[in-house]
Design a protein around this ligand. Structure first.
Ligand SMILES: Nc1nc2c(ncn2[C@@H]2O[C@H](COP(=O)(O)OP(=O)(O)OP(=O)(O)O)[C@@H](O)[C@H]2O)c(=O)[nH]1
Ligand SMILES: [Mg+2]
Length: 444
């Protein structure tokens, strides 16, 4: 990927290859209009018209007419890339698209790299990185809600939120430093507690909005976690209404991590079934258990499956610890085979009792999952740097809240500022930028 060469005129088809009513070929760069004039014949020359104009005309090669087209002209800086742009709407035949692209290359343009138009918008300062990724998210989103959230991001909502947060932390630091100027007065550390608590709540709200964003774009990841033989695979199959995972009465049946999709209006879930978490003797079993634990750690939400026929055992207590750091729900499975549902010690939230085998009470679990995947509220897409920054932010703000003295609080908060205030541009190195842009399609 080329990050410089902004003087080049770039060209690429912006619509998918195939037959269609219309196909678009896009050209951008400082000499784009003059270059297009070499192959376009219309009432006026493209380099003579103002921005935001449509011109009917022909693409010609010497004496030959290649196609009748509409050329849309955008003048710098009022265009997607901020450069001069021409978008030719052609008849949607791949042969014509190829011919027109080739003609422009012969006239001196260069074929654009994937995402290079968006990259130029970024390099010219029209989009920040968050917005750049939002462009990608808008194209990739699989639900309309996802598209809506991506549009909000494109309009800079998260960038603004982070800016507001930075402002609040900065005023708090200034306030504390002013207090420290007068050491003779004994100012209690708790005087800034409410402000800090509010900031922490702000950060948590953002984190929640990210999770919603992921649910809407890629689907929320949910892992069924439990000891071997508790009925995870039976439950996985029942939820997906498909015999996907092998079920036997032998503990250790599942080894590979299986995944299936649950779709709801307004959200989707990628459900995972893996090996039971417990003591594994053989090497393959150990690897399988590690995989499930890895998936559970990465998941957005957990379904902890317990076996009602064996009651609550010490190994289950270990599993419940997973819920300290992420949301989830506890399920008592196999309730068809017991007369009384076992008790669950000190866990937040009511467990759901069901039978995966008899398919009873499954709807309660499905409703809970749906609630998580389609929860209403604001949504953000965050790139990994923003997510990282927000996470660090939470850690430092909590450390500031725990700090005993005001000067220690000020120190933690100043550190906090380095996480929120770093502009994207500085945080990103060339390699990372290339990685982002390479995920785009050609022509965007
Ligand atoms: N009575 C009853 N048996 C069940 C229920 N769900 C699963 N079982 C049985 O429990 C045994 C284990 O089921 P699996 O679904 O393979 O359990 P698992 O948790 O995936 O097991 P591993 O893959 O070995 O970790 C099978 O014999 C199932 O028929 C249930 O709701 N009620
Ligand atoms: Mg299984």
């Amino acid at each position: 990927m080329i990050l410089e060469h902004l003087q080049d005129v770039i060209v690429a088809p912006s619509t998918p290859v195939g037959r269609s009513a219309i196909a678009v070929v896009r050209v951008s760069g400082p000499q784009a209009l003059r270059m297009c004039d070499q192959i376009f014949q219309g009432r006026k020359r493209l380099s003579e018209v103002g921005g935001h104009q449509l011109l009917n005309g022909f693409i010609v090669r010497g004496e030959d007419v290649v196609d009748e087209v509409v050329a849309a002209v955008y003048r710098s800086p009022h265009s997607y890339t901020t450069e001069d742009i021409v978008e030719f709407s052609l008849h949607g035949n791949p042969l014509i698209v190829e011919r027109v692209t080739d003609l422009l290359i012969s006239a001196g343009a260069r074929l654009a790299e994937p995402g290079e138009f968006t990259q130029r918008a970024y390099l010219h300062g029209r989009l920040d990185v968050t917005q750049t990724e939002a462009v990608l998210a808008t194209i990739e989103s699989r639900t309309m809600k996802g598209v809506k959230a991506a549009m909000a991001q494109l309009q800079g909502d998260l960038t603004k939120e982070l800016g507001d947060l930075t402002g609040k932390v900065r005023s708090l630091v200034t306030f504390i430093e002013a207090q420290l100027e007068f050491p003779e007065e004994d100012i209690p550390t708790s005087s800034v507690d409410p402000v800090l608590e509010e900031l922490i709540a702000d950060v948590e709200r953002l984190e929640q909005a990210f999770r919603r964003g992921r649910s809407q774009r890629k689907g929320l990841t949910i892992v069924l976690a439990g000891r071997p033989n508790v009925g995870k695979s039976t439950l996985f199959n029942a939820l997906l209404e498909e015999e996907r995972s092998i079920v036997t009465s032998v503990p250790g049946t599942t080894r590979d991590l299986l995944t299936g999709t649950l779709r709801f209006p307004g959200g989707q879930v990628r459900l995972f079934d893996g090996a039971g978490i417990g003591i594994a003797e053989s090497l393959p079993d150990q690897i399988a258990v590690k995989r499930t634990i890895g998936a559970a750690n990465r998941a957005d939400f957990l379904v902890i499956v317990l076996d009602a026929t064996s009651g609550f055992v010490p190994a289950d207590a270990e599993l419940l610890k997973l819920l300290r750091t992420k949301p989830g729900v506890v399920v008592w499975n196999k309730v068809d085979a017991v007369s009384e549902i076992p008790k669950l010690p000190n866990v937040a939230g009511e467990p759901i009792s069901l039978s995966a085998l008899k398919k009873t009470n499954l709807s309660r679990l499905l409703d809970r999952i749906k609630e998580e995947a389609c929860s209403q509220g604001e949504t953000f897409f965050a790139n990994r740097f923003q997510k990282e920054r927000i996470r660090n932010l939470a850690v430092y703000l909590k450390a500031a809240l725990d700090a005993q003295y005001l000067d220690m609080r000020a120190k933690e908060l100043r550190e906090t500022l380095t996480f929120v205030a770093t502009p994207d541009r500085q945080a990103l190195n060339r390699h990372i930028l290339e990685e982002i842009f390479s995920r785009f399609c050609v022509g965007k």
